[in-house]
Design a protein around this ligand. Sequence first.
Ligand SMILES: [Zn+2]
Ligand SMILES: [Zn+2]
Length: 252
Amino acid sequence: METLLEAPHQLLITYIALTFIIQLRYFLIVGPLHWMLWNSKFYFKNAFKLSKSPPNPKTIKHEIKLSLISSFIYAAPTAVVLEMWKYGGTAIYSGVPEGMNGWFWVILSMFIYLFVQDAWFYWTHRLMHKKTLFKWMHSGHHKSIQPTPWASFSFDPLEAFSAAWLLPVLALLVPIHIYAAFALLMIMTVNAIFNHAGWEIYPQKWIEGSWGKNIITASHHNLHHTNFKGNYGLYFRFWDKLCNTDIGLIKR
Ligand SMILES: [Zn+2]
Ligand SMILES: [Zn+2]
């Protein structure tokens, strides 16, 4: 049977295709959303502007440059896992889930992935705010003091390296349905883009509700960008609250 190492050309093709798909996803989602938020009052009538200044073309250029570099880094471990999947060497499965337990696992596995990624992000993010690491790993992302949706993927290469391998490795260990994996990628993308939008699109009532007050939205992450300290989480406010690093929200 042909193995991954015997078909390096196939791995290269998957890697190039994946890099292209990540870049395409970035431009196709961020581009229209940026236009909808900043150039048209029609789509998000109740959105609240968090950014004190309009987007700066120089900052956007920087955000796009780092995002394109990141796409090359993120695509590498994902391409390896996708190729391994072809030979049945991962924990990714397909087909209709079996009974209640099957469906329950689909939902639970998604929460496990989100929780592990959130914990990894929180602790590495906090570490990257230490003086010695900040300059090398995280200063690129923080050039966006008033972030725009284009900042959602703009990481220094070392920061991208620290995060890119996590989900592919999880996909080798924790069973995940292929469609749940796609749904997770979508949740991650949309979450990152909205958290850097420079606008709060969720209603205040929801943000202050029992579910919303534990979830990170733009009012929370925007404050991290303007303040530099506090609010280190990715999806949930759990770690920030537990470790007293939660500095609250930008209020309407
Ligand atoms: Zn930061
Ligand atoms: Zn950010």
